[in-house]
Write a protein that binds this ligand. Structure first.
Ligand code: NDP
Ligand code: OXD
Length: 306
């Protein structure tokens, strides 16, 4: 068995040693143009040549949850695309989103400004009932986030492609129910995959349907958001702020207008990192299952793009 690896700047030795420990007879090697074709691969955002030169790949394990970079490529029809499902990311996403929500809800930015100015000011407490949270995407990560937010006592609704039932979460599905979902939300959390259907979905039309004083948390992909529309809605006062972890261009260019906006909290795509030991263990378990002809979770449906 030959396993190819592609992850620029990735910890290649970690993956190679981990796989070799389980399959000592396997040839595990970094893929470069001209490398001999492999049976299986672990990859993050490879170039088209990676698939063109390996038409017999049985499966590629995406070294992340989002597969949008792979979906832009022509993948041989028999190659199974398997993504990380959770692998330690859900807990991180829960922490990140709840932190963003609570920082905004408790006006911690205001208290920080006051503290820096030496001001002792106690604000009126906000009501959770005035901060309904809408989670776009009720998948592996979105469901856990919605449940955690519910655990803090906020009203929560979720939106998915197919109808779902999640305890304590009012569920909406499909484009027909998007407006009702948005109108019921004040804080909007995006945990959608980036597909043809979801690109630019956070735009002036959708964001202006949030309740006044709306707040956006985008932890999915930068191309979900129309940057200029967010800025316009912040300027108009309809939106109160945003926490953005992902951007159309990463790193966010120094001249981008998001920098320096006090209502926008920026982080460098760290809301849920790929944890190496968890991810390696999940990939090994999935490859073992595939080798035994068993089904695995996280197989991407190419026709729907996630
Ligand atoms: P899943 O595939 O498990 O969940 C995707 C959810 O989005 C599903 O509920 C799906 O609906 C819904 N969805 C997809 N398309 C549509 C649509 N057109 N309309 C309505 N709902 C839709 O993904 P994960 O939860 O694992 O991850 C979500 C995304 O988070 C990833 O694709 C990735 O881009 C991003 N991510 C970001 C990270 C970061 O560090 N910033 C880290 C990890 C992930 P249905 O249930 O009906 O299929
Ligand atoms: C992912 C990511 O999709 O890191 O896993 O964004």
């Amino acid at each position: 068995m030959r396993i190819a690896l592609y992850q620029p700047d990735g910890p290649l030795e970690f993956w190679i040693n981990g796989l070799q420990a389980v399959w000592p007879q396997a040839e595990v090697a970094l893929w470069q143009p001209g490398s001999p074709p492999a049976d299986y691969a672990l990859a993050w955002a490879p170039p088209q040549a990676f698939f063109d030169e390996q038409p017999g790949l049985k499966a590629v394990f995406n070294l992340g949850a989002g597969v949008d970079a792979l979906m832009r490529l022509h993948i041989p029809p028999q190659t199974l695309v398997v993504r990380l499902d959770d692998a330690g990311m859900a807990a991180q996403m829960v922490e990140f989103v709840c932190h963003a929500l609570l920082r905004h809800f408790r006006d911690m930015d205001g208290y920080q400004t006051d503290a820096r100015a030496g001001r002792w000011v106690r604000r009126e407490p906000a009501l959770r009932s005035d901060f309904p949270v809408g989670v776009m995407g009720l998948g592996v990560l979105g469901t856990k986030v919605a449940q955690a937010v519910r655990g803090f006592g906020f009203p929560v609704q979720g939106w998915s492609r197919q109808p779902k039932a999640v305890d304590g979460v009012q569920c909406f599905a499909g484009s027909a129910q998007l407006d009702a979902f948005l109108a019921a939300s004040r804080v909007l959390v995006c945990l959608l995959p980036l597909t043809q259907d979801t690109e630019n979905i956070l735009n002036r039309h959708t964001l202006s349907q949030l309740k006044p004083g709306g707040y956006l948390v985008n932890v999915a992909r930068g191309a979900h958001l129309v940057d200029a529309d967010l800025l316009a809605l912040l300027d108009s006062g309809h939106l109160a702020g945003a926490t953005l972890d992902v951007f159309r261009t990463e790193p966010l260019p120094p001249q981008h207008p998001f920098w320096g906006r006090p209502q926008i909290h920026i982080t460098p795509h760290i809301s849920a990192r790929t944890l190496l030991p968890d991810s390696l263990a999940q990939i090994i378990a999935k490859l073992q299952a595939l080798l035994q002809g068993q089904p695995v979770a996280g197989v991407v449906q190419l026709e729907r793009g996630y």
